[in-house]
Design a protein around this ligand. Structure first.
Ligand code: CIR
Length: 280
């Protein structure tokens, strides 16, 4: 059973943090309706959606991904780089303690979950204003015993690492039938990655099957993979087409309102398997 932790869009969303975008009005009702559709899509894909308690005065609280990174054996509670977001982690920690052993990133470390891309054995951590070297070092120490190594990746063109690169399901040979094999595709059944090279250098991901977003959609790299399905933003149909053409199973939801707050599809949930849950 997959659990998806989510949180309501707060009425204060128009006071959200912004780094790379100009502030434009966010239609609260529309954002809330799009988030409802996102949650419905998660449920349709087999998740049990658990909403954290509302946090009306925390403008970015809908973006629960940034509050933690969940591994099978451990949940690492983040320490968001934006001071305005630090209060968000309490509710995430309370929820995660029901399912996992937890460990916290401590000051002076900072870490946003959106900067952490977990692959089979390697965890990529964005070097951003939100995630500092100490936060990355603490994460590395916590997950080394679980068999993960950590690679830092410089990010300058977008908010988080996962704004520019996100995980796809593992490649199957049939997805590449009739096309030149991708770099690394013969090497393993690793997850493929969807990447926006306009925003990030692909070199750190050497050895992975890397699929490019459509060049007219640089903001389309943040997709949410659940099992074999890739949830895409409706606003980026060409990139969805790229994935469809490769044989991936895709679905889409509208995500334009929260995109004005620099949120993408992974940002709205923390998804993990309850099978590995510790007894409550
Ligand atoms: C922020 O700047 O923190 C929010 N406005 C957007 C956070 C998006 N979260 C994510 O990419 N994981």
């Amino acid at each position: 059973m997959l659990i998806a932790l989510t949180r309501a869009v707060p009425p204060s969303i128009d006071r959200c943090e912004l780094t790379h975008l100009e502030r434009t009005p966010i239609d609260y009702a529309r954002a809330a309706e799009q988030h409802d559709r996102y949650e419905a899509a998660l449920a349709a894909l087999g998740c049990r959606v658990e909403r954290l308690p509302d946090a009306p005065d925390l403008p970015d609280s809908v973006f629960v991904e940034d509050t933690a990174v969940v591994f099978d054996e451990l949940a690492v509670i983040a320490r968001p780089g934006a001071v305005s977001r630090r209060g968000e982690v309490t509710a995430a920690m309370a929820a995660l303690e029901r399912y996992r052993r937890v460990a916290c990133i401590e000051a002076p470390g900072t870490l946003d979950g959106g900067d952490v891309l977990v692959t089979e054995r390697r965890v990529f951590v964005g070097d951003t204003p939100r995630t500092n070297a100490d936060g990355a070092r603490q994460l590395a120490a916590l997950i080394a015993p679980l068999g993960f190594d950590v690679v830092r990746v410089p990010v300058t063109e977008c908010l988080h690492l996962k704004s520019s690169v996100s995980r796809l399901p593992p490649v199957r040979a049939s997805r590449f039938a009739g096309q030149a094999p991708l770099r690394g595709s013969a090497a393993s059944a690793r997850h493929a990655l969807l990447i926006s090279r306009a925003w990030i250098d692909a070199a750190p991901f050497d050895g992975f099957d890397v699929i490019d977003v459509d060049s007219t959609e640089p903001a389309a790299a943040n997709v949410l993979t659940i099992g074999d399905c890739v949830l895409c933003a409706e606003e980026y149909p060409r990139t969805r087409g790229v994935l469809d053409a490769r044989g991936f199973v895709t679905r889409s939801v509208p995500a334009g309102e929260l995109a004005k707050a620099e949120g993408g599809l992974t940002c709205g949930s923390l998804i993990f398997d309850a099978v590995d849950a510790r007894p409550v």
